[in-house]
Design a binder for this molecule. Structure first.
Ligand code: SF4
Ligand code: SF4
Length: 356
């Protein structure tokens, strides 16, 4: 059974405590909040959560984006100025070269393509024979001066992970902004034209679904079949896989939950659907997240909550300039807090979709 709902005194008590302590769900990253998630891990014999050798280096090049979506955990937008500079990008490449166990570099933002070091990062990583994944919002293809993107992706065999929270116009425009659906469809057609989405493993086109409301994603495989049918039938679009991702109760989505008056209900949903089978595959165990300034994090969510990795016994956050090889992170304890319930609810959630 995929979605396990845990019952029993312990879990209910923890849920009660969480609800009582977080009140208006200002998600805490302090020790109290950490204990709540850890307490459930402990009851299942899964604590502490430790990092393994990183296989993916996820690089967040900054918060600049041509969109400003309601649910964005990065709080990205056209006016954000935080961005990765060349010196940092060069150090990322040096670290990638030394970290032989890292198979994939996953470039994200904001809209990562808008960063002036985007091409440099992609091309150098390809020269190092690593797979390159880019989290693309699709509409960036229509930003003035970005006409080169589809051919650049194809030439570098970039694996694309593209946001499309629904196959219907209304839901997409509601979450991502007016006109986004039509542009997304036009962008997908352009990507199909250069060879993406037809099953060629070198030109992978995956789509990302995230709920448009305060609920968990439906089962991934069933939704993928529906997306394929709808997009093919109405627009002639093909893609490889659909990844379902749970909305994290942080930043813009947390603010939206507060506006809806649904913050406690949503947090209760996540906690009540804790699934221990998801823990082994949590992305923080095998991925390292690099901030635009070079600081290292367990995942992009921790990055947005400013919860960096600390080396053992140190109060100074670890950065790309402190490590020679990312294998040095192997065995460090993951920094967890309440938002982690977003990764462990139901079938689980990660940058690669469902976990179980
Ligand atoms: S969700 Fe993606 S496309 Fe939307 S504002 Fe955030 S980074 Fe940009
Ligand atoms: S948010 Fe998810 S990926 Fe990040 S540390 Fe928590 S459980 Fe791990």
């Amino acid at each position: 059974m995929r979605r396990r709902r845990l019952r029993g005194f312990d879990q209910n008590f923890i849920l009660f405590e969480i609800m009582a302590e977080i009140g208006g769900m200002q998600l805490e990253t302090n020790s109290v909040a950490t204990r709540k998630f850890t307490a459930i891990l402990e009851r299942h014999g899964l604590a502490p959560l430790r990092r393994t050798n990183p296989q993916t280096m996820q690089v967040n090049v900054g918060k600049l984006c041509n969109q400003a979506c309601h649910h964005c955990h990065v709080e990205a937008g056209p006016k954000r100025t935080e961005r990765m500079v060349r010196e940092t990008a060069e150090r990322v490449v040096t670290l990638l070269e030394r970290s032989l166990q890292v198979e994939v570099i996953d470039v994200t933002g904001g809209a990562p393509e808008l960063n002036s070091n985007f091409r440099f990062l992609v091309e150098r990583a390809r020269e190092l024979d690593r797979r390159v994944m880019v989290r693309c919002n699709l509409t960036v293809l229509f930003v003035e001066g970005m006409e080169w993107l589809p051919e650049f992706y194809r030439r570098n065999q970039v694996q694309l992970v593209c946001s499309l929270p629904c196959y219907g116009r209304e839901n997409v425009d509601q979450q991502r902004g007016s006109g986004v659906f039509d542009k997304s469809i036009a962008a997908l057609k352009m990507l199909n034209q250069v060879g993406y989405g037809s099953g060629d493993s070198e030109l992978t086109l995956n789509l990302v679904y995230n709920p448009v409301g305060a609920f968990l994603p439906p089962p991934q495989s069933a939704l993928e079949a529906r997306y394929k049918q709808e997009l093919q039938q109405h627009f002639g679009i093909v893609f490889d896989h659909l990844l379902t991702i749970t909305n994290m109760p942080i930043n813009r989505f947390a603010a939206q939950l507060r506006r809806w008056g649904k913050e406690q209900e949503y947090m209760g949903l996540l906690v009540n659907h804790f699934n221990p089978a998801t823990v082994a595959g949590l992305m923080c165990r095998h991925l390292v997240s690099v901030g635009y300034d070079g600081t290292l994090y367990d995942c992009d969510f921790n990055q947005m909550l400013e919860m960096p990795i600390y080396p053992k016994g140190s109060a100074r956050p670890l950065s790309i300039w402190d490590v020679h090889d990312l294998a040095e992170l192997n065995g460090l304890e993951v920094r967890v807090a309440e938002h982690c319930f977003g990764c462990t609810a139901g079938a689980g959630s990660s940058c690669g979709g469902e976990l179980v």
